[in-house]
Design a protein around this ligand. Structure first.
Ligand code: OAD
Length: 245
């Protein structure tokens, strides 16, 4: 197995960050794999509060397509291996994902920090409104059908962390990074902050850092080991070794 793992203590605390690459083999395209473009728009110019204020229908069309694209997707062996790891090591695993798809939960993971939100949830777009996010699997194609907050009547928006917004669950994530013995990053290009600096934070706190994916990420230099390969093949044996320590 990976010799880097020999340096770990018994019963290590494991932090996992997953990105779009973990869902690629389930048929959900990665962001940068398609040039970061959607119908000629840069993703960064659709996934912002300003874009929603300017053209909510355009933004809802983008997320409606994401909802349709994720609706019937099945988790792959990488998602399932993470769910099994949670069953085996319980609280010693902290699973954090940049993905908004529900494939970790469909595989059986129970505790997932969705730092960029969840595709099948919506919430009020008025930051002053106290209503909670709610499950919403619908798609919206016409301005007059756009959803509205049941409490205050403002437009509802996808429950997603857009560019320029603060990711969810950051306090819990920072605590878990400081406490972990190994930080395993899977299928992310390592260019979107703050997630791109999680591995260096974990390394600064003394953790072993490992990346799993077919290509080197943008922040490759912060990893002690890089396991090259698609997540569905490369991740399960690595997690099996971790569970046995
Ligand atoms: P990217 O699309 O930037 O990167 C996907 C990564 O997955 C690439 O590094 C690929 O090499 C890798 N990959 C491809 N196939 C894989 C496989 N079978 N197994 C493992 N890895 C594979 O996606 P992210 O880094 O997740 O933010 O993107 C980060 C954020 O940027 C997203 O969460 C999203 C986006 O804008 C928001 O929507 C807020």
């Amino acid at each position: 197995m990976n010799p880097a793992l020999d340096s770990l203590p018994a019963r290590p605390r494991v932090f996992v960050l997953s990105g779009a690459g973990i869902s690629a083999e389930s048929g959900i395209p990665t962001f940068r794999g398609v040039d970061g473009l959607w119908r000629g728009h840069r993703i960064e110019s659709v996934a912002t509060p300003e874009a929603f204020a300017r053209d909510p229908l355009l933004v809802w069309r983008f997320y409606s397509e994401r909802r349709d694209g994720a609706r019937d997707r099945e988790p792959n062996p990488a998602h399932r291996a993470l769910a099994r790891l949670e069953e085996r090591i319980g609280e010693r695993l902290f699973l954090c994902t940049q993905n908004v798809d529900p494939l970790h939960e469909r595989a059986g993971s129970r505790r997932v920090a969705h730092m960029h939100g969840q595709l099948f949830e919506s919430r009020c777009s008025d930051p002053g409104c106290t209503s909670a996010p709610y499950i919403d699997e619908a798609t919206y194609a016409h301005r007059e059908d756009l959803p509205r907050c049941a409490a205050c009547g403002a437009l509802a928006r996808p429950h997603i962390c857009w560019f320029g917004e603060v990711p969810f669950e950051l306090d819990a994530i920072v605590n878990a990074l400081e406490a972990c013995d190994v930080c395993l990053v899977v299928g992310t290009s390592g260019v979107v902050q703050p997630a791109a600096s999680f591995a260096s934070s974990a390394a600064a706190a003394g953790a072993l850092t490992i990346y799993v994916g077919p290509e080197e990420p943008g922040n490759a230099d912060v990893f002690a080991a890089i396991v090259r390969g698609p997540a569905a093949q490369a991740l399960p044996p690595l997690l099996e070794t971790l569970a046995e320590r």
